[in-house]
Ligand binder design. Structure first.
Ligand SMILES: Cc1cc2nc3c(=O)[nH]c(=O)nc-3n(C[C@H](O)[C@H](O)[C@H](O)COP(=O)(O)OP(=O)(O)OC[C@H]3O[C@@H](n4cnc5c(N)ncnc54)[C@H](O)[C@@H]3O)c2cc1C
Length: 344
């Protein structure tokens, strides 16, 4: 059996970033969180429906693992492109998308020094993740050279301004707009990078952009091993063909733990999140009092001493009963992971 799993993630939000790009934020179910730890600059592989079949495309994470924000990718439309246009046209809040776990090596070794970053167009995506992480975790400067066609094409323009304001003096940005200065040239790269030789460098953007930047840095004497590049190619194969969905969670895995004192004895039980307390006790052969089982009579009343539960229906307990911790076992579902309950 394959050891590669894919995960079905729910889209929390989709935002148009520019006229031809969007960002997509994912929601993680509690169980998915352990699989989506990542390093800044890594990417997700996304399954894109294609008729009865599917293709796979990689999209870098623009979010930082160090700022508590949700996973976010940013996608720029490619003329005639299948994946990028499907995402920009069809994905909405609530859409479920299959993705592989984060991967990639375009990631800083440490946060404790200044960094030089080059982004062209959608190449800003992994650079943004790196940038946010450097600013959040380190105390050095980030020098960003950012090339775009025109002002309206600048992805994350507002967020970059906000970051500059939040970290005064630590984010130095040089915008290059083709509509104003023309295409990025060796001379412009040289003017920006001269004096920064030796810093770790991250470059992501269209092929010709990366070629000019790399060649210029080489001429300036930047050591090759400190210059990292990320190439935005489309995948030829489909890694989802060899992947399987994560096996469903067993009920025990998604259960709270409850200590119940009933008829003078203590019982420790796993309490599945979707099972009512009375049903749980009966299933374990315990003699729990009950009558209507509909939340209207209070025969099953018990008291929560520790933790929190919620009731699906309560037509009988008053505010002061609830304040004293009384609940109806026939309607109670667990909220916290550990709960202590007592029957009088
Ligand atoms: C590690 C990594 C990270 C990436 N991160 C990002 C990111 O953050 N943001 C982002 O926007 N992109 C990113 N990419 C690029 C992304 O994966 C896609 O390559 C990009 O979105 C284009 O895919 P597409 O399906 O839209 O276009 P494709 O369908 O791959 O088409 C690309 C171009 O080729 C042409 N084409 C397709 N098939 C043919 C054919 N048979 N003959 C002739 N021409 C053809 C299309 O018309 C189009 O112009 C990343 C790629 C990698 C590898």
């Amino acid at each position: 059996m394959s050891s590669v799993h894919f995960h079905r993630l729910r889209v929390a939000e989709k935002t148009d970033e520019t006229h031809d790009s969007c960002s997509v934020t994912f929601e993680l179910a509690p169980r998915q969180r352990e699989f989506f730890g990542y390093r800044p600059g890594q990417f997700l592989t996304v399954r894109i429906p294609d008729g009865d079949s599917s293709i796979a495309r990689c999209y870098s994470l623009a979010s930082s693992p160090h700022t508590g924000e949700r996973l976010r990718i940013a996608v720029k439309r490619v003329d005639g492109g299948l994946g990028s246009n499907w995402i920009c046209d069809h994905v909405r809040a609530g859409t479920e998308i299959d993705v592989l776990e984060p991967a990639g090596t375009f990631t800083p070794k440490s946060y404790g020094e200044d960094h030089l970053l080059f982004a062209g167009g959608s190449g800003i995506t992994p650079i943004m993740s790196i940038l946010r992480s450097l600013l959040a975790e380190g105390d050095g400067r980030a020098y960003l050279y950012y090339a775009n066609r025109d002002e309206d094409s600048v992805i994350f323009k507002g967020e970059l301004k906000d970051l500059q304001a939040e970290h005064p003096g630590r984010l130095v940005i040089h915008h290059v707009l083709e509509s104003v200065q023309g295409l990025p040239t060796a001379a412009s790269v040289q003017a920006y990078a001269r004096g920064l030789t030796g810093l770790p460098v991250f470059i992501c953007g269209p092929k010709p952009f990366m070629a000019v930047v790399r060649e210029t840095l080489r001429e300036l004497g930047f050591p090759r091993e400190k210059v990292r590049v990320e190439r935005f190619n489309s995948l030829g194969g489909n890694p989802f063909e060899a992947a399987t969905p994560l096996p469903p969670e067993s009920p025990e895995e998604d259960a709270a733990e409850v200590d119940v004192a009933i008829e003078g004895r203590q019982h420790k039980l796993a309490w599945p999140r979707d099972q009512r307390l009375l049903d749980l006790l009966v299933a374990h052969g315990l003699n729990a009092p009950s009558s209507c089982s509909e939340g209207v009579c209070a025969s099953c009343e018990c008291r929560v001493l520790e933790g929190e539960v919620r009731m699906v229906n309560n037509q009988v307990l008053e505010e002061e009963d609830l304040a004293d911790g009384y609940v109806l076992a026939c309607q109670a579902l667990p909220i916290t992971d550990h709960i202590r309950i007592e029957y009088s």
